[in-house]
Design a protein around this ligand. Structure first.
Ligand code: ADP
Length: 336
């Protein structure tokens, strides 16, 4: 498998080899304790990579305290991903946590930050920052090209899984798309709209023009998957309204299948063949197939609420994160 580069800043002494980036990076972000009085929280950050919940310590790759900024999280989780994607890795970031723990805030930012356009304010989340940095990295690389021009084409698709159906958010008329996963054509969502990215239109226009006129250099295909999972907590299931019960059932299916998948990959009780890993047990796990194996770099952000009444969900989120950390991320059979 390709060599990985050391992506987090560290003090490196002469001759000390750089530690490779872990295949699965798991970080925890603690949401601010808005309005909670002292004594209402049993969550505290212990060090840069550990926290304590109800007097038990948990260690991850990094722990972001409630006063961490969007920029802090981006630097550690988002920025390395852009570099990896440009090196040809399939890269993914998954936000996992109970409803209200800060998944959407972390991935997108608050709604006010979304209308600000291309400039990155303090509050924009990982997704807008990745778009901006992807294009500026590409521009930088093309500016530095030593005669060898690498051409990039960036296409963007945007989907949601609801009721175990895949809906195309760029074409709302397409509400039940199929995942194709075959030896001949590889892995893709059939008929999913893929648009050349227009967020930074001038940049993409240049890239597209370049790629049709000068076509040499390596052709790497990589995918960046940014996933905001649905909350998994029981109260969704307990809601009296029918729709919520139904939603809860599907949410439960995808998160429990995700948990099962992570357990199997953590136990390493499979031979690495994609057929033996139950990716097809739900739409979400199936869609994540390329994020969990083979040429993949995966980061999981576990978001937690610091209040006491969330502590069982918090512990369950942290346990998911710990199991995910044990995943072997073995190569899947290359079907392309
Ligand atoms: P989720 O997507 O997990 O359901 P949200 O991202 O919608 O949760 O967060 C719930 C609320 O908490 C929102 O009002 C959000 O703006 C706020 N929030 C979450 N994380 C943070 C944070 N790190 N800093 C400030 N506000 C936050």
């Amino acid at each position: 498998s390709p060599q990985t580069e050391e992506l987090t800043a560290s003090v490196v002494q002469d001759k000390v080899p750089e530690a490779p980036d872990p295949p699965v990076k798991v970080v925890v972000r603690i949401r601010p304790a808005k309005g909670l009085g002292i004594g209402d929280t049993s969550v505290s950050k212990v060090s840069n990579n550990s926290l304590s919940v109800a007097e038990r310590n948990y260690t991850f790759d990094s722990v972001f305290d409630s006063d961490s900024t969007q920029g802090d999280v981006y630097q550690l989780v988002g920025a390395p991903l852009v570099k990896d994607a440009l090196s040809g890795y399939n890269t993914s970031i998954l936000a996992y946590g109970q409803t209200g723990s800060g998944k959407t805030y972390t991935m997108w930012g608050p709604p006010s930050a979304m209308v600000e356009g291309p400039s990155v304010s303090g509050l924009q989340g990982i997704v807008p920052r990745i778009f901006q940095n992807l294009f500026s990295e590409i521009q930088k690389e093309q500016g530095n090209s030593d005669g060898k021009m690498i051409n990039y084409q960036c296409r963007c698709s945007f989907l949601e899984v609801y009721d175990e159906k895949i809906g195309d958010l760029l074409d709302p008329t397409q509400r039940d798309l199929e995942i194709k996963d075959d030896a001949k054509n590889g892995f893709y969502v059939e008929n999913l709209t893929e648009e050349y990215v227009t967020c930074y239109e001038d940049v993409t226009q240049i890239l597209i023009k370049e790629s049709s006129s000068k076509c040499f250099g390596s052709s790497k295909i990589s995918r960046i998957s940014l996933v905001d999972l649905a909350g998994f907590e029981r109260n969704v299931l307990d809601d009296a309204s029918r729709q919520h019960v139904k939603e809860g059932k599907y949410i439960k299916k995808s998160t429990s299948q995700l948990g099962r998948l992570v357990n199997i990959l953590a136990e390493g009780s499979h031979s690495g063949k994609s057929e033996e890993v139950p990716y097809r047990s739900s739409r979400v796990t199936h869609l994540l197939r390329e994020s969990f194996g083979g040429n993949a770099k995966l980061s999981i952000i576990c978001t937690i609420s610091p209040d006491n009444k969330s502590s069982s969900e918090t512990v369950s989120t942290l346990r998911f994160g710990l199991r995910a950390k044990l995943m072997k991320n073995e190569p899947v059979v290359n079907v392309i």
